[in-house]
Ligand binder design. Structure first.
Ligand code: SAJ
Length: 423
């Protein structure tokens, strides 16, 4: 094993995780080359700009680029360490690991004795072992680690999942503790040296499969707990109890901490990762699978409420109702629409074409393609005017600007509050 200093790092994938990671490491004075298959992303970063929304990231990236520590490219190049942060989407009941295998094949020619390879992408248990096999096949001239082997190796390999919360990535990247799962103990030690460059949190060492499963477990834990809150909201609707008050009171118990119901669970992590566990052990996961289904069912229930409110308004006024949909993002104060239940609800309401649909989303400039040009749908920016014009107000995302809406302005409206803002 080499304990040579890590002087140059190549980060593959410049998305929501790879770009902040590359920028933060470069801000510590280490040379970083970030690799992405998209030329426009590479060009954007090389200008010192960023292509995603994340507080404070633009300044860190710009300064790293201008000081010459961060560069982007479409091709990997030789480095002391490679960090793979490419997407691992889930389609048709299976994790798609093609981007990980492509990244492994792309870096294989650049490996040399002493190189460290860390996989950060959310992955099913066994992915890091499989990646090691692919690298070993590509480079028979080098010695690779084995789970139970202690012999000398040329390349160290580890799994280290990210844990950062969108919207707080820069602080969490530095302060959160991390789990590092080396293929061998020596690999973990080498990976620790990499994360010590920028991470102030504790670095907990385990094996690669446990680290892979740990990431999935954290997100499945949150999903199951949100499902509990969403199921409670359904129970409360059925028996006529205010779920927000109920949860607030139950949470006074010293060992109870219920999460918040919502319009469904979105984003590219919590709504996806639990399926990796279900795929790994389909017969052992009735709870995790059901939680996913409870959360996936929530947007349909919200749509049922909107449909009812539209019919009641039409019956009472004899005209086409106006509905205001507040928020499209997958959660508060981000611009990310991926897997967003709010967006899915807006798309369905728009497709009915039986109301005027006013769509507000303070974190984007215009309607997304799936809504723009649809009959009866309008993107609005003035929140008070929007509320004033609506018969039905649907609170989908508790973005900060919505918290200033005056209660009195809602007095004559039908309110569907999926976030408990006005509970
Ligand atoms: N949500 C609720 N009720 C709640 C909390 C969240 O309905 O009480 C909804 C949100 O509105 C959103 C979804 O759940 O639609 C997910 O939001 P989130 O804030 O819980 O999580 P993410 O997806 O932004 O980030 C998660 C985090 N994981 C955990 O907290 C266990 C983060 O630390 C991970 O790094 C990230 O997934 C990831 O990349 O895996």
């Amino acid at each position: 094993m080499s304990s040579a200093p890590i002087g140059k790092i190549c980060v593959l994938g410049l998305g929501y995780i790879g770009l902040p990671t590359a920028s933060v490491i470069a801000s510590r004075g280490v040379d970083v080359v970030g690799v992405d298959v998209k030329q426009d992303v590479v060009d954007c970063i090389n200008r010192g700009e960023i292509h995603i929304v994340e507080p404070d990231l633009e300044g860190v990236t710009a300064s790293a680029v201008h000081r010459g520590h961060l560069r982007a490219s479409t091709e990997p190049e030789p480095a002391d360490a490679f960090v793979i942060a490419v997407p691992t989407p889930f389609h048709d009941g299976k994790a798609e690991l093609g981007y990980v295998w492509s990244a492994a094949r792309a870096i294989a020619p650049h490996l040399r004795p002493g190189t460290l390879v860390v996989l950060e992408s959310t992955s099913p248990p066994g992915t890091t072992d499989q990646m090691t096999r692919i690298l070993a096949e590509s480079r028979p001239d080098l010695r690779f680690p084995a789970r139970d082997g202690n012999g000398p190796v040329d390349v160290n390999i580890a799994y280290c999942p990210e844990r950062v919360l969108p919207g707080r990535v820069l602080t969490e990247l530095i302060d959160n503790s991390r789990v590092i799962g080396g293929i061998s103990a020596a690999c973990s030690d080498r990976a620790k040296a990499l994360y010590r460059i920028f991470c102030r949190g504790d670095l907990h060492v385990t094996d690669a499969r446990t680290a892979e499963m740990c990431k999935l477990t954290e997100n499945a834990f949150r999903d199951v707990n949100i499902a509990f809150a969403n199921e409670l909201s359904r129970v409360c609707d059925t028996i006529g109890i205010n779920v927000w008050e109920l949860i607030r009171l139950a949470n006074q118990h010293p060992r109870v901490n219920i999460l918040q119901p919502g319009p469904g669970v979105g984003g590219h992590c919590i709504a996806v990762d639990p399926w990796f566990i279900v795929e790994a052990a389909p017969d052992a996961t009735p709870l995790i699978r059901t939680a996913r289904q409870v959360n996936d069912d929530k947007p349909k229930r919200v749509l049922g409420m909107v449909r009812e409110a539209l019919e009641a308004t039409r019956a009472a006024t004899g005209r086409r109702p106006t509905v205001a949909l507040l928020g499209l993002a997958f959660k508060a104060d981000v611009d990310d629409l991926r897997e967003s239940p709010a967006l899915a609800i807006a798309e369905t309401v728009a497709s009915w074409n039986d109301c005027e649909t006013l769509v507000s989303e303070p974190n984007i400039e215009d309607l997304p393609a799936s809504l723009s040009g649809m009959e009866g749908v309008r993107f609005v920016t003035d929140i008070d005017q929007t509320v004033a014009a609506a018969d039905i107000v649907v609170m989908l995302v508790n973005h900060r600007p919505y918290l200033a809406i005056e209660r009195e302005s809602l007095a004559s409206k039908t309110i569907i509050d999926t976030r408990g803002v006005w509970a």
